[in-house]
Design a protein around this ligand. Structure first.
Ligand code: FAD
Ligand code: EPU
Length: 340
């Protein structure tokens, strides 16, 4: 284990923000995490930031504490029933590589979540989702290390309180645990989800009438690469805001003024999910750029760093966007990205 001091984080966050961490180290199991606590000076080890791929974080200043990068690897089949495989992955596995591993082995369920950046360990934090699937749909359990109590705790799905881009790890257990391993219950018989977005159109384009899980994955990859910026080329953290949930009655009222406003049904019949990208687009932000901070030209929900933007500039742009949406539609946008 190597401890770095005043370590540049530019390559460690997908926005490419040029800040540094007072201390930075990698850990590949909880014992190493404990040892780090002994070598890092007292104050700075309190409340460390557990880092995955840095693809859902906006740094607005230097991090005056310890950043502990999880590099726990390993994928294994831990159990098998008549209908399912239980597959366990180390928290430091790259999410997309794990999804590809599942497809290669015919473990079905995660194919719609192809190409989401980041690590397996971060996937339960905001219950990652895309194209009609969230990890809660295939989640089995996880092991997490309590940073203060020094115990390893197992969480089942019901303990995680998964919601839309939400879990207990963003609420009462925020920053309290390091997730070590995650297990997924994957199907032997695929239950394909093709109705969301343009997956069906994408399959039709390729003349695929009875798709495999790999076909679904490839369709999702094509759709994503056609509109989401690649963080290696343009810094970003995916959707900067969540899609807001509003009362169905408010949605009906808005529809009278804006007949094309996209709204999606939710688990609750009283609420409708609105496409924040559409709201931002309607306010004229799409393609906007001020210095190096901007709103992506193909997907208004994605804020971008064209090179040398600071986190504060991106944050300030997000304030302006929130204010304009509030002003035009009376809807308050909530950020999805973790602001530090
Ligand atoms: P990080 O950014 O490193 O961390 C995010 C948070 O999780 C931090 O609070 C961190 O402390 C915590 N954390 C990370 N690992 C651990 C751990 N092992 N234990 C405890 N806490 C931990 N998200 C979606 O849901 N759907 C999408 O379709 C999607 N598309 C994206 C597209 C692009 C181009 C980009 C850049 C991002 C996208 N995202 C999407 C967001 C991002 O990919 C996910 O939030 C992902 O899970 C973040 O993983 P990470 O490892 O980079 O987490
Ligand atoms: N739209 C516009 N203008 C825009 C962007 C979108 O009018 O600039 C409209 C689209 O035409 C469409 C609707 O908004 O009618 C929804 O757009 P899209 O299908 O691109 O999805 P999204 O709601 O913007 C969400 C997730 C993504 C996820 C996709 C696919 C959130 C906050 N975002 O985006 O997740 O990949 O659906 O399922 O829920 C992320 O969380 O980082 C992320 C990228």
């Amino acid at each position: 284990m190597q401890l770095h001091e005043n370590f540049s984080l530019k390559a460690w966050n997908s926005f490419g923000i040029d800040v540094s961490a007072r201390y930075f180290a990698r850990f590949s199991n909880w014992e190493e995490l404990e040892q780090l606590k002994e070598i890092i000076p007292n104050k700075t080890i309190e409340n460390p930031l557990i880092l995955g791929g840095g693809s859902n974080i906006l740094f607005t200043k230097n991090f005056d504490g310890s950043i502990l990068k999880n590099v726990i690897r390993g994928i294994r089949l831990v159990a098998e029933t008549k209908e399912h495989f239980i597959v366990e992955a180390g928290a430091g596995e790259i999410w997309h590589e794990f999804v590809m591993h599942c497809i290669d082995h015919n473990y079905a369920g995660l194919e719609n979540l192809s190409l989401i950046p980041g690590t397996v360990g971060a996937s339960p934090i905001q219950n990652i989702g895309a194209y009609g699937v969230e990890i809660k749909d295939c989640f089995h359990s996880l092991d997490a290390y309590h940073l203060k109590d020094k115990t390893v705790v197992q969480f089942e799905a019901k303990d995680c309180l998964f919601g839309y881009r939400d879990s207990i790890f963003k609420k009462e257990f925020k920053n309290q645990f390091a997730i070590l391993k995650v297990r997924f219950q994957l199907s032997k018989q695929p239950n394909l989800k093709t109705s969301y977005g343009i997956i069906e159109q994408e399959l039709a384009k390729k003349n695929i009438s009875s798709p495999s899980i790999r076909d679904i994955s490839n369709a999702v990859i094509s759709i994503r690469t056609s509109k989401l910026p690649d963080p290696k080329i343009i810094g970003n953290a995916g959707s900067f805001f969540k899609n807001p949930l509003i009362a169905k009655t408010s949605f009906e009222l808005l529809k009278q003024t804006y007949p094309t406003i996209p709204g999606y049904s939710t688990d609750s019949p009283e609420f409708v999910k609105i496409a924040a990208g559409w709201l931002i687009d309607q306010c004229g932000w799409k393609g906007y750029r001020k210095a190096d901070a901007g709103c992506h030209a193909l997907q208004a929900l994605v804020l971008v760093n064209y090179g040398n933007a600071t986190g504060s500039e991106i944050l300030s742009l997000s304030h302006e966007i929130i204010a304009s949406i509030q002003n035009k539609f009376g809807i308050e946008l909530e950020r999805e990205v973790n602001i530090l």
